[in-house]
Design a protein around this ligand. Sequence first.
Ligand SMILES: [Mg+2]
Length: 236
Amino acid sequence: MKKSKEIKLITFDLDDTLWDNMPIITRAEIDTRKYIEERVGKIEWGDLNDFLNLREELIKEDPSIAWDISKLRKEIFRKKLAYVKPQSLRDKIVEEAFTIFINKRHEIQLFDGVENALSELSNKYILGVLTNGNADVYRFDFGKYFKFSISSLEAKNSKPNRAHFDKALEEVENIAFDEIIHIGDHQINDILFASKLGIESLWFNKNNVDWEQEFEKPYEFNSWELLPKIIESRYE
Ligand SMILES: [Mg+2]
């Protein structure tokens, strides 16, 4: 499907698109909890349901927690450490724990071919990041390929809502939705996100999973090594 307009901007999801996220977050979580427990003793962290309930409770108290996932994490620590006195000690542990988490969270390993693809594509297109997560690409050398990076914190909203794209339009002069391709792994947060605005997308389907949505599946790829050629053949 050739576009009538020329593609000018390619936006990328980060987690599970540029790197495998689960092992990183798991490790970051384990190390952070270990640090906290070394300071205050055993903590009942609860399961996913407890987490979701706690999240909902926190969002009621402070709606910004819905999109500020760093604040969410800190507030969860604060709740779990509610009994720690004085409050200054609790705050100190929370801040230190978060620092450990966010550092570990950046111990990523790019999928094969990512760096090359970004380098090649950045010669022809403006590249940007649209993420719901709190990884900062500018901590890495490959951050130099991106003109902008918009997280939920900046968008004050989460994909698949359109706020990230509205912010992206502010970053690039004279750009229209049909001059953008969005690339991501998530069927809803990336593909529905783009398709709701008529934005072209490419689905990174590394594990060759089934398409489960009612709307049309976009072109998919499972290796970053193929991406520059795919873009060339489809859009140039
Ligand atoms: Mg993702």
